[in-house]
Design a protein around this ligand. Structure first.
Ligand SMILES: *Cc1c(COP(=O)(O)O)cnc(C)c1O
Length: 391
C-alpha cells in the first residue's frame, strides 16, 4: 500500500463501541478487571495503554516492522536498545552521530562495562573492520546530521549479521516515509519522533521498531520493566502528527531542494551539503536505499562570524537546536547541538565552525529564499573588524 494511504487509513480505536474517527486519549493509569482471575487486555498504563497501542501499531506499519515500541524520547528508545547488551559487550558506532547518542555510549555505558568503538559510518569497510567477536551492536545514522554522510546500510547489515551482532539504524533524519532500514537488513530502527514524525515541535518521543519476535519480547520487557513508555496524551499528539508526515515532507523536501540550489548559486556560500544536489559524494548509495534527500541541509560561509550574523538577520528561521518541524529553523551546529561532543570525537566529527544547518518547514518557499537572500546580504555587507574577519 502507498505510504499516504497507510498514514491516513488505520483502525483509530480498535474495539471501541463508539467507532470514533480519531483515537481517544485513554488518560488513565489503571484499568478495572472483570474479576481477580479474569484479566482484560490492559491493566496498567506503564505496561500498555490503548492510545499508545494504536500509535505503536501505526509506527510498525509505516516502518515496515512487525513490532514498534513508543518511548518518552528518542534517547529513551536508544537506551532501551542498549539494555540488550551485557558488561563485556561492545558497540561499534558511526563516529558522526547525534551528540546525545555519543554521550549515552561514551559517558554512561562506558561506566557500565559496555565498550564503544567509533568508525567513520560513511566508510563501510572501516565500520566492518571495527567489528570484533565482542561486538553485539552496530549503530549508525544515514544520512548523518549535519554533514549528510551516507552509510551503506545493506553492506553493514550483512557484516553485522555474519558477526552475530545487531544492526540498529537511527532513521530520524529521513523518517519512515523516505527510508525503511529494516528492508535493507537492519535489525532495529530507532527514531527521535520529536523531529519529523511529530512534525509540530510539541512532543518529545521516540520509537524502536523490529521484525524479530524474540527481539520484540526483550524490548517489551525493557519498556515495561524500566517504565520509559510514552504517555497517552503524547501518544495521541504523535498519532495526529504522523497522519500528515508524507504531505509535510513532500513540501519540505521540495523547498529544501530549491533552497539548496539557491544557496549553491550564491557567491557568499562556499559549500552546500545536501543529498539532493548532484555533487554529493554519497548520492549513489543513498539513491539505492532511500526515496529522497529529506528536508535538512547545511552550508559553509567560510567565516563563523558571517554565519552568526546571518542567523541573527533571518526573520523566518527560528534559531533552534532541533529540526523536522513545520517551521523552518536554523542553527550553528558547532556552537549549539554539537558543542557537547567529547574531545576524543571532536577531531573526527566536529562540524566546521562556520557551518549553518537549516531545517526547512512548510512556509512559502519564495519567502524563505527572500529571507536567506536578505540575510546573506546583511551578513556579508556587515563591517567586521579586520582582525576578526575571515577567521
Ligand atoms: C534528536 C535526535 C535524537 C534524540 O532524540 P530525543 O527525542 O531528543 O531524545 C537521536 N537521534 C537523532 C538523529 C536526533 O536528531
Amino acid at each position: 500500500m502507498n505510504f499516504h494511504t497507510l498514514a491516513a487509513s488505520f483502525d483509530a480505536a480498535p474495539g471501541d463501541p463508539f467507532h470514533p474517527a480519531a483515537t481517544p486519549i485513554y488518560q488513565t493509569a489503571t484499568f478495572e478487571q472483570e474479576s481477580p482471575t479474569e484479566l482484560g487486555p490492559y491493566d496498567y498504563s506503564r505496561s500498555g495503554n490503548p492510545t499508545r497501542a494504536v500509535l505503536e501499531r501505526q509506527l510498525a506499519r509505516l516502518e515496515r516492522a512487525e513490532h514498534a515500541f513508543a518511548f518518552s524520547s528518542g534517547l529513551a528508545a536508544l537506551t532501551a536498545v542498549t539494555r540488550l547488551l551485557a558488561p563485556g559487550d561492545e558497540i561499534v558506532a558511526g563516529s558522526d552521530l547525534y551528540g546525545g547518542s555519543v554521550r549515552l555510549f561514551s559517558r554512561i555505558l562506558a561506566g557500565r562495562g559496555v565498550r564503544v568503538r567509533y568508525a567513520e559510518g560513511s566508510d563501510a569497510p572501516a565500520i566492518i573492520a571495527a567489528i570484533s567477536p565482542a561486538t553485539r551492536l552496530v549503530h549508525v545514522e544515514s544520512p548523518t546530521n549535519p554533514l549528510q554522510r551516507v552509510c551503506d546500510i545493506r553492506r553493514v547489515a550483512r557484516a553485522a549479521r555474519e558477526a552475530g551482532a545487531l544492526l540498529c539504524v537511527d532513521n530520524t533524519m529521513l523518517s519512515p516515509y523516505l527510508q525503511n532500514p529494516l528492508e535493507l537488513g537492519a535489525d532495529v530502527v530507532i527514531h527521535s519522533a520529536t523531529k519529523f514524525l511529530c512534525g509540530h515541535s510539541d512532543v518529545t518521543a521516540g520509537a524502536a521498531c523490529v521484525r524479530d519476535g524474540a527481539l520484540a519480547e526483550s524490548l517489551y520487557l525493557i519498556q515495561n520493566g524500566e517504565g520509559a513508555g510514552l504517555a497517552p496524551f503524547e501518544s495521541y499528539l504523535l498519532l495526529r502528527g504522523i497522519k500528515t508526515l508524507a504531505l509535510r515532507l513532500d513540501r519540505q523536501q521540495e523547498s529544501a531542494r530549491r533552497i539548496a540550489e539557491f544557496l549553491a548559486s550564491r557567491a557568499e556560500v562556499r559549500r552546500v551539503h545536501y543529498l539532493g544536489l548532484g555533487t554529493h559524494p554519497g548520492r549513489e548509495v543513498h539513491a539505492a536505499q532511500a526515496r529522497g534527500p529529506g528536508a535538512v541541509l547545511s552550508f559553509e560561509t567560510g567565516d563563523p562570524r558571517r554565519s552568526e550574523h546571518l542567523l541573527r538577520s533571518l526573520r523566518l528561521f527560528g534559531i533552534t537546536v532541533s529540526f523536522g518541524g513545520i517551521n523552518s529553523t536554523a542553527s550553528l551546529p558547532a556552537r549549539m547541538s554539537h558543542a557537547s561532543v567529547p574531545p576524543e570525537l571532536r577531531a573526527r566529527q566536529a562540524p566546521p565552525e562556520d557551518l549553518v544547518r537549516l531545517s526547512i518547514g512548510i512556509e512559502g518557499c519564495d519567502d524563505l529564499i527572500d529571507d536567506l537572500s536578505r540575510g546573506l546580504e546583511a551578513a556579508f555587507g556587515a563591517n567586521l573588524a579586520p582582525a576578526e574577519a575571515g577567521a
